[in-house]
Each structure stands twice: as structure tokens, then as C-alpha cells.
Design a protein around this ligand. Structure first.
Ligand code: NAP
Ligand code: ZN
Ligand code: ZN
Length: 350
């Protein structure tokens, strides 16, 4: 066992504070990495605040991890000391169920993937995430970061990137597809870049026109304010796919009506409370409502390689760990341009 400095939540309401946690010894198939950067995902905030259920405090969030390998177990074949690597939202799964075998480990049914934080590892210990100086992970749940992507910009790809890439691929985003992204935050802005790189026609649906210039620069063809009722009249029946990245409840019925015949609204945001779905908004136009959870390990690697090839990198604001609590407030106020990434240097080597 080794100790490492980290930032942990101790309750749903107290600020995160600096602490020390332990990491397991490097096992035969494990990789140990020094964490260089960790993104702040809105899921960290939902989890810390108990909006998704029980939390095992103290809990170290962070599942957008980028760093460098410092140690490998004797059986490790994929990575060497010095490799640039990432860890995303899960660090293990059963490896035996149909979904694990099909490479969609995020949907493991036996009993489920092991979350990078607030989960329970095979050793029975609680998992602790990336707001820390180092982590030990089985090599099969580690990703390779392409040389052309800087480690700070790579971090958000490990969750925000794959969460948008996977549904864009699943619903065949391409030149013949009209895609709308609701919410220009951490997930949304990467979604715009990815959809554009896939050749789709991209529209942003944001609360206001405040970030319009950015949205168009990132690759959107069109940009509308959802605070303007005209938007919903004008765009009725337009989109093949709508990706909803909003962290709060929306009036889903209004958005379902923006789908073209056979279009699908994919729910990516996970607000605490249920949302109403008026049946008519599905029936008229044979619309579908779906959801999508991050992506499997192979697809996450494919996404990283795609981003390297197409020059897709998140827009980030790098912060020191002592700014985490303020960053949380800014994320909650939709005041993020467009992902906070913690420089974890001060948490390493202590
Ligand atoms: P974020 O950076 O806070 O972005 C969310 C965006 O939603 C905001 O920037 C804002 O965009 C819009 N928004 C916020 N509050 C709103 C409100 N009350 N009404 C309308 N729009 C609002 O969050 P994120 O990190 O991208 O995460 C977004 C959601 O996805 C969270 O619920 C998170 O837990 C979830 N998530 C899901 C997965 C998955 O696998 N499905 C993975 C990661 C995260 P505008 O200012 O442009 O309106
Ligand atoms: Zn996330
Ligand atoms: Zn499984």
C-alpha cells in the first residue's frame, strides 16, 4: 500500500478538503500512474452532493484522469513506465457477462462496472478517483493517450469525450444527419466538435445566445436560445438526433417535437429527478427516446485516436486543486468554458 494526497468530499454539503488516501500495491496486472490532470465532470458534483444515492464519504471524485505510468506489474503487457495514459469512469467489470464480452463493459450486468470512485473494487475497498496524485488500475481499464494530445486537454475526453462519441457513432452521425446538442457545457462542447468532425450538420440549443460565437467557432452551423419560444416553432420536425447534455430537468415534450420522422432524443444528462414524457410527443413522428452511458474501453481508445486524427480537443480552464469548490459553483451556474481541469502536480510525490 502507498499513500497519496487527494481532495475528498466528507459530506454532501461541506467543501472538498485536502487529505491523504491509500492506493493498493501494484498487482500482477496493474499499472500505477502519476496523475497529471483530472477533469471536473458535472457527475462529480451530482455524486458528491448525494443526488444519485448513497455516497461512501470520505470520497475522492474524478473520472477524467490523464497521467504517466510509473510502475507496472510483472504480467502487464500493454503499458510501460513512461507511457502517457488515461483512466475514465470505470476501473473494472466482470469480464464474463455478454456485455463485457461484447466490449460494452459500461453496461456490465454482473453486477455492474466498478466506478472509478464511490465504487467497490475487487479487494472490497472503496474506489477513489482522480483528484489525487496517483492511482493503481488494472491494465485492461487503462487507455493510451495519443502523443499529439496534451495531457491536460486529454483528461476531459475520458468521460465527456466518450459520452458524446459513443451515441454519435451508435446513431450514425455523418454528412446526411442533422444533429442537435442541448447545453453547451463540458459534454456539449465536445459533442459539437465531434459531430462536426464526423461531418454532421450541428445545431446548438442553449439557454441563451451568450455563447453563440463560441458554438459557431467550435463547429456548429446553427445556434438557438431555448429561452425564446420561437425556437421551438421554427425547429419543429428538424433533427435526426438530439443529444441532451443538460444536468437539470427539461420539458422533454417540447424537445421531442423538434425531431424529424423516426428521430431519436438521446438522454445523456442525469438530473436527480424524473422528467415527464407526453406520449403524443413520441407518437406523432414515431420518435424515440433513448439514453447512453459513456462507452466501452475499446470504443474509448477509438475515440482518443479519432480525436488525435481530427484535431478534436476540449477547451479547458486549468485550475489548482484549492479552486475545486469554486469551480463546482461555477459549473452549477453554467459558467464554465468549457471544462475545468485540475493540475494535480501539488498532490504528487508527497
Ligand atoms: P455542464 O458542464 O454543467 O454542462 C451542462 C450544460 O447544461 C450547461 O453548460 C448549460 O448549457 C446546460 N444547463 C445547465 N442547467 C440548465 C438548466 N437549468 N436548464 C437548461 N440548461 C441547463 O455538465 P457536464 O459535465 O457536461 O454534464 C452534463 C450532464 O451529463 C450531467 O447531468 C452529468 O452527470 C451527465 N453525464 C452523463 C454521462 C453519461 O454517460 N450519460 C457522462 C458524463 C456526464 P447552456 O448554458 O448552453 O444552456
Ligand atoms: Zn463524467
Ligand atoms: Zn460484465
Amino acid at each position: 500500500m502507498s499513500t497519496v494526497t487527494a481532495y475528498a468530499a466528507t459530506s454532501a454539503t461541506d467543501p472538498l478538503t485536502k487529505t491523504t488516501i491509500t492506493r493498493r500495491d501494484v498487482g500482477a496486472h496493474d499499472v500505477k500512474l502519476d496523475i497529471h490532470f483530472a477533469g471536473i465532470c458535472h457527475s462529480d458534483i451530482h455524486t458528491v452532493r448525494g443526488e444519485w444515492g448513497d455516497v461512501k464519504y470520505p470520497m475522492v471524485p474524478g473520472h477524467e484522469i490523464a497521467g504517466v505510468v510509473t510502475e507496472v506489474g510483472p504480467e502487464v503487457t500493454k503499458y510501460q513506465v513512461g507511457d502517457r495514459v488515461g483512466v475514465g469512469c470505470f476501473v473494472d467489470s466482470c469480464r464474463e457477462c455478454a456485455n463485457c464480452k461484447a466490449g460494452v463493459e459500461q453496461y456490465c450486468t454482473n453486477p455492474g462496472m466498478v466506478g472509478t470512485y464511490n465504487g467497490t473494487g475487487r479487494d472490497g475497498e472503496p474506489t477513489q478517483g482522480g483528484y489525487s496524485g496517483a492511482i493503481v488500475v488494472d491494465e485492461n481499464y487503462v487507455l493510451r493517450i495519443p502523443d499529439s494530445i496534451a495531457l491536460d486537454a486529454a483528461a476531459p475526453l475520458l468521460c465527456a469525450g466518450i459520452t458524446l462519441y459513443s451515441p454519435l457513432r451508435h446513431w450514425n452521425a455523418g454528412p446526411d444527419k442533422k444533429i442537435a446538442v442541448i447545453g453547451l457545457g463540458g459534454l456539449g462542447h465536445v459533442g459539437v466538435k465531434l459531430a462536426k468532425a464526423m461531418g454532421a450538420h450541428v445545431t446548438v440549443l442553449s439557454q441563451s445566445l451568450k455563447k453563440m460565437e463560441d458554438g459557431l467557432r467550435l463547429g456548429a452551423e446553427e445556434y438557438y436560445a431555448t429561452s425564446d419560444p420561437e425556437t421551438f416553432t421554427k425547429l419543429a420536425g428538424t433533427f435526426d438526433v438530439i443529444l441532451n447534455t443538460v444536468s437539470a430537468n427539461l420539458d422533454l415534450g417540447s424537445y421531442l417535437k423538434l425531431l424529424a420522422l423516426d428521430g431519436t432524443l438521446v438522454e445523456l444528462g442525469m438530473p436527480e429527478n424524473a422528467m415527464e414524457v407526453p406520449p403524443a410527443a413520441l407518437i406523432f413522428g414515431r420518435h424515440s427516446l433513448s439514453g447512453s452511458l459513456i462507452g466501452g474501453i475499446a470504443e474509448t481508445q477509438e475515440m482518443l485516436d479519432f480525436c488525435a486524427e481530427h484535431g478534436v480537443t476540449p477547451e479547458i480552464e486549468v485550475i489548482e486543486p484549492d479552486y475545486i469548490n469554486e469551480a463546482y459553483e461555477r459549473v452549477l451556474a453554467s459558467d464554465v468554458r468549457y471544462r475545468f481541469v485540475i493540475d494535480t502536480e501539488s498532490l504528487r510525490g508527497e
